[in-house]
Ligand binder design. Sequence first.
Ligand SMILES: Cc1cc2nc3c(=O)[nH]c(=O)nc-3n(C[C@H](O)[C@H](O)[C@H](O)COP(=O)(O)O)c2cc1C
Length: 216
Amino acid sequence: MARPTPDPHLVFPAMPEDLPRLDVAVAPENPLDLLRSWWETVIERGALDPQYVTLATASATGVPSSRTVQLLAVEDDALLFTTNAGSRKGVEISQTGRAAVSTFWRESAQSVNITGDVVWADDAESDERFAGESRAVQASRSVSFHGLPLSDEIDQLERFAALRDGEDAIPRPDYWRWLRIVPDAVTFWEGHPEALNRRVHYRRVDGVWTREAIQA
Ligand SMILES: Cc1cc2nc3c(=O)[nH]c(=O)nc-3n(C[C@H](O)[C@H](O)[C@H](O)COP(=O)(O)O)c2cc1C
């Protein structure tokens, strides 16, 4: 029997009519203000996990890779994430200093694509943020290293439980860090009925943001 596949005509996303339309003339000067406003709106509307986004990196020789990560905060000039600095993405970020992020929110038929420089948080900030995590999260970060073979799962589970159930403070492993993507290009996309979608593209040059409507 043929497997059901999504019908692209049925699932084509179109913005709810009560949301404000993307309008380059009145869009904020700072694209992160618009990103925050879109993000807060989808959260208010009960979107399913809007904080999970795609983070793309490239190796020094240009081999791309991407994965899902959690967007922790939209700050005035940066997006905050946390990761293992020794993971593939962490190494690539350290090599190139660059990363890209993509979102898609079904509930609002909106998407945002971001490219920027990456700045690792200093040890003091990462220590403070790590101290604010639950013991289970701290323990799991301590016994798991992204990308290494899982050669002995029982041993890993035992070390995890011992840390989680112990009483001593769990120190942050030096590979577990927070980072910020400081965008220099941000493109907002909104889905319209009949596929006449709309985009606004922002670019930052010498610290100044410019924006234009582009065809979608
Ligand atoms: C819903 C979800 C949320 C995730 N959040 C993060 C995260 O915030 N940071 C992170 O490093 N990995 C996160 N991961 C795991 C990554 O997708 C990935 O497996 C891991 O970071 C290793 O990636 P890399 O080997 O490409 O560097 C998340 C995965 C999923 C599915």
